[in-house]
Design a protein around this ligand. Structure first.
Ligand SMILES: [Zn+2]
Length: 92
């Protein structure tokens, strides 16, 4: 599985791997393609890492490119590191 982050990411910051109690977190975040409705489960730790690195608008969740059609994949439900909640029903 290859993942492509759509949100712009600062190239000046290095990816930091934080070791936390991963067992406490939900395992996956379901992402749904806004174009073809393909669904994909992405490990929560990856989504959170992207979210933490993303310097952009906090009202926009981390999004990934659909492998099938290249469309944007939006989280079905995800609570971001900044406390924002995102729900696919806001987009459909
Ligand atoms: Zn798609």
């Amino acid at each position: 599985m290859t993942l492509t982050l759509i949100s712009p990411v600062s190239k000046h910051r290095k990816m930091k791997r934080k070791k936390k109690n991963v067992g406490m977190n939900p395992k996956h975040v379901s992402f749904v393609c806004l174009m073809c409705y393909e669904k994909e489960d992405i490990p929560y730790s990856i989504v959170r890492d992207f979210d933490e690195m993303d310097p952009g608008d906090p009202s926009v969740p981390p999004m990934f490119a659909c492998e099938k059609c290249g469309g944007e994949m939006y989280p079905e439900y995800y609570k971001g590191v900044h406390g924002m909640e995102y729900n696919i029903s806001d987009k459909l």
